[in-house]
Ligand binder design. Structure first.
Ligand code: AMP
Ligand code: ZN
Length: 113
C-alpha cells in the first residue's frame, strides 16, 4: 500500500521513533510546530477519523493509552500539551493514515486557528 505512515511503521521510510508497542508507533514530526512534536499512529491502516468504528476502536484506545506515557517520556506531562487530529480537507489532513499530533514545550492559544 502506498501509504507514508505504513512505510514509516514498517521501517521502509526512516523515522525518529519515540514509542512503539504492538498497536501503536510514535515518531518525531519532520516539521515540528512546537519544541516537542510527535506523530502517533495506529499500526493499522485507518485512513481518517471518519473510518474509526467498533472493529478498529481498540487501536484508538491504544493510542490514547500511550499518550500519558509518551508525554512523560518527553517531559511535558506536568506543564501540559495538546493532542490534535486533523480530519479531511477542512481539518488540514495531509497524510491519509489516522494520526494524532502530540505537541508540547510551549503554550497554545485557544480558540484554535
Ligand atoms: P497532517 O497534516 O495532520 O496530515 O499531519 C501530517 C504530519 O506528518 C505533518 O505534521 C508532517 O510534518 C508530518 N510528516 C510528513 N512526512 C513525515 C516524515 N517522513 N517523517 C515525520 N513526519 C512527517
Ligand atoms: Zn497507512
Amino acid at each position: 500500500m502506498n501509504c507514508l505512515f505504513c512505510k514509516i511503521i514498517s521501517g521502509e521510510i526512516p523515522s525518529k521513533k519515540v514509542f512503539e508497542n504492538d498497536m501503536v508507533y510514535a515518531f518525531r514530526d519532520i516539521e515540528p510546530q512546537a519544541p516537542e512534536h510527535v506523530v502517533i499512529v495506529p499500526k493499522a491502516h485507518i485512513p481518517s477519523a471518519n473510518d474509526i468504528n467498533e472493529e478498529n476502536i481498540a487501536y484508538v484506545s491504544a493510542v490514547w493509552a500511550a499518550i500519558p506515557e509518551i508525554a512523560k517520556s518527553l517531559g511535558i506531562d506536568q506543564k501540559g500539551y495538546r493532542v490534535v487530529n486533523n480530519c479531511g480537507e477542512d481539518g488540514g489532513q495531509t497524510v491519509g493514515h489516522l494520526h494524532f499530533h502530540l505537541m508540547g514545550g510551549r503554550s497554545f492559544g485557544w480558540p484554535a486557528g
